[in-house]
Ligand binder design. Structure first.
Ligand code: FEO
Length: 169
């Protein structure tokens, strides 16, 4: 059985991962409206990744005989009205998620749940990758500035991103 405090922290994080999925879906709609199909693809992959992150925690609670408590997902608010501002929001959001995963690890350590700590190690490495990926796009967007041609070139690059279902844990 899983410790109740840790179960609560996992349920809270499942909600945040599902919120992330929802937020990136809303951002995908922004790029859809602006017909930047490479960005649409990038966010589509992001949506699938967040879904996988939530499912990894749901499966873990199931495996440990815990109770999954699915809660209401907040309405996503996309901050910004340009690709650059939206990616600044993505980075802020991922930094927030990293903080939350660190908090989850703190709880797992407090209740001395080594199996959970092992699982969460995967998530913390994933956060390093996510922040680096987003930071890379953000740096390019800063270089691009107002150059529409360069933006279209980046859009073409982002069309190449593919989703590989992660092996979590
Ligand atoms: Fe599930 Fe982007 O963190």
């Amino acid at each position: 059985m899983i410790n109740e405090k840790l179960q609560e922290a996992f349920n809270d994080q499942i909600n945040k991962e599902l919120y992330s999925e929802y937020l990136y879906l809303a951002m995908k709609m922004y790029f859809q409206e602006h017909n930047l199909q490479g960005f649409v693809n990038w966010f589509d992959v992001q949506v699938q990744e967040e879904h996988a992150h939530a499912m990894g925690m749901i499966n873990y609670l199931n495996d440990r005989g815990g109770k999954v408590d699915l809660r209401a997902i907040e309405t996503p608010i996309v901050e910004g009205s340009t690709p650059l501002e939206i990616f600044e929001h993505v980075l802020r959001h991922e930094e927030f998620v990293t903080l939350r995963i660190n908090h989850l690890i703190d709880v797992a350590e407090e209740v001395r749940d080594r199996a959970a700590i092992g699982l969460l190690d995967w998530y913390i490495k994933e956060q390093v990758e996510e922040e680096a990926t987003v930071g890379g796009v953000l740096a390019t967007l800063r270089l691009i500035g107002e150059d529409k041609k360069a933006l279209l070139m980046l859009d073409k690059d982002l069309a190449a991103r593919t989703f590989t279902p992660p092996v979590i844990g």
